[in-house]
Design a protein. Sequence first.
Length: 138
Amino acid sequence: MAKTLALRSLRAYIDYTLDKRATLTALFRGVVDACDADPYLLRAAKYHGEQVERKCPVCKKLELVELRYTFGDQLGQFSGRIKSPQELTAMESEFGEFSVYVVEVCRGCSWNHLCSTFILGDGTTRKPPRKVRTLEDE
Ligand SMILES: [Zn+2]
């Protein structure tokens, strides 16, 4: 999945497939209600979700999308934003290091789960983008 994006700086990739199975097992046992995507997540899925060609593991509909959240000190106030695969490719050479969290969300039944995490960036540490702050913070 993420590996097909040809992200050349990709590292520290963690696949959460096994964890996902465990969650699904619990879900079908009725122990956990994983279909609890909050309104914010569902709205993000609607406007920023990248359609994927696999079915939702819960409702079997083709309404599954992926969201890629980016986090990192070097992103400054932009940490936590959702980015498209294309934007991630551009960010690889703009930042030294940042984490990507891939979350799948079903727009049919609200199933959501962390798919994978990995680190991108060219390894050159940069200062976060400027934001409104006092000189003492420098
Ligand atoms: Zn579903």
